[in-house]
Design a protein around this ligand. Structure first.
Ligand SMILES: *Cc1c(COP(=O)(O)O)cnc(C)c1O
Length: 438
């Protein structure tokens, strides 16, 4: 499989294709676009996976065509997926309804779905690096789940260094602990500034020739193919399980921000997996739902909401959705989108805890609310699944007052909270970053 940029020939950019390893190293295409497959493999049929029940086994079969031309990855794919997918993606029925469930993606080391992508990316990097190469320096600016997932995934991986930049005093104490508890090859920098300052600093580093000369820099953000492709696997596994049980497809409601998770769902459907409807549940950042309604693509600055990991006003992965569904009609046929404001998120957390005894994180609650707003007839028809992108215990200050009790912290998170914390404070300046990395 080869990859080219979403801004390829049709939009005046380069139509050169590159292999999986090169796309993973680059992250973003040189013309600013995102890498997508040049062609799609022949569609899989559910029976192709008959013998494959485990997540790693499904991953190995599903991802093989995508890495086939990168010998270092192809030869190690079995080991890579066993390392990356060493925790489950559980499909759990809700409220005794056989047609309604939740796909729990929060059983990894940092209790959010980003663990799947980050761990696959890290396992691939380790195989791509030649022994004589300089260590790769992964730079990541974070305000939430990404930094922790990337740090956890690369921790103690030979040949890799991670530098996490977060805005000093602007992340919650528990979030800060997840970013600063690693040590070894993971460095945490508290930047005296905002998240935008952190991001600007990372961008500055990437375009600075002397930083590039001094360090082998790479990014690990969600536009990287190495994070996106592995996310197709839990959609495959859950839809196949439903197909086996009922002979029918599974429809998804996906809490969405930068659209990486939902692109993976659409790619899985394109690959032939038994996936029915797909609904994007956004928060009060309405760029995508507005586009579905009006046909006008109008990015705006993001606004802060309870579901903060979805606070995105200009979602990068929209380019990949548009490559798949090039006009408004086809995208509307393929997907629907809605916006759930903070009041509705909060009310849904309270209501579903009462009705089902389930506590949702604010992101998952947006999906639960989107499902609850469907007309009764549509809710009854397909098999539905809301996607739980994070464990509620990551957001105790939001969720606990709404359900009136304390949440149990999963063992994975408790293990992080028990570690000691270490970070260095820097000014938002390139010289300070260079000194801290040196
Ligand atoms: C990142 C994140 C999202 C948004 O996912 P996208 O792929 O950016 O659409 C939703 N929920 C949680 C908990 C996240 O960390």
């Amino acid at each position: 499989m080869r990859y080219f940029s979403t801004r390829g020939s049709a939009r005046g950019g380069s139509r050169d294709s590159i292999g999986f390893g090169a796309a993973l190293r680059r992250g973003l295409a040189p013309d600013g676009g995102l890498y997508i497959p040049t062609e799609w493999p022949a569609a899989f049929r559910p029976q192709d996976f008959a013998a494959e029940a485990s997540l790693p086994a499904i991953a190995e079969r599903l991802l093989a065509p995508f890495v086939a031309d990168e010998p270092l990855i192809a030869a190690a794919l079995g080991d890579i997926v066993r390392e990356a997918f060493d925790f489950p993606a559980l499909l759990v029925p809700i409220g005794g309804n056989p047609r309604f469930g939740v796909l729990e993606l929060f059983h990894g080391p940092t209790a959010a779905f980003k663990d799947f992508g980050a761990r696959f990316l890290a396992a691939c990097w380790q195989r791509l690096l030649r022994p004589d190469e300089r260590p790769v320096n992964i730079l990541v600016a974070t305000s939430g789940d990404t930094g922790g997932a990337v740090a956890a995934a690369f921790h103690r991986r030979p040949g890799t260094q991670v530098t996490v930049l977060f805005p000093k005093g602007l992340v919650s104490p528990l979030q800060q602990q997840q970013l600063t508890c690693w040590g070894d090859n993971v460095r945490a920098l508290a930047v005296r500034g905002t998240f935008d300052d952190c991001q600007a600093l990372v961008k500055q580093a990437f375009v600075d020739p002397s930083m590039q000369a001094q360090f082998e820099l790479s990014s690990a953000n969600s536009i990287n193919l190495g994070r996106l492709l592995p996310q197709t696997v839990y959609y495959a596994a859950s839809s196949l399980a439903t197909w086996r049980r009922t002979g029918e497809p599974l429809s998804f409601v996906v809490p969405s921000g930068n659209l990486g998770n939902v692109v993976a769902c659409c790619w899985a459907r394109k690959l032939g997996l038994p996936i029915g409807e797909v609904i994007l549940a956004h928060n009060a950042n309405t760029t995508v739902p507005d586009y579905f309604a009006s046909g006008v693509w109008q990015p705006r600055p993001s606004i802060a909401t309870l579901a903060s990991a979805m606070d995105v006003g200009n979602p990068s992965n929209m380019e990949r959705l548009q490559a798949l569904y090039p006009d408004l009609d086809s995208i509307r046929r393929a997907l629907s989108a809605c916006s759930i404001d903070d009041a509705a998120i909060a009310a849904r957390i309270t209501a579903d805890f009462r009705e089902y005894g389930r506590a949702w994180c604010p992101h998952t609650a947006a999906a639960a609310e989107a499902w609850a707003r469907l007309p009764e007839s549509r809710r009854r028809e397909p098999h539905w699944c809301i996607v739980a992108t994070a464990h509620p215990a990551k957001f105790p200050e939001i969720v606990e007052p709404l359900i009136g009790r304390q949440l149990e912290v999963p063992a994975t998170l408790r293990a992080l909270y028990d570690r000691s914390s270490e970070f260095v404070e820097i000014d938002p300046a390139l010289a300070a970053l260079r000194a801290a990395m040196g």
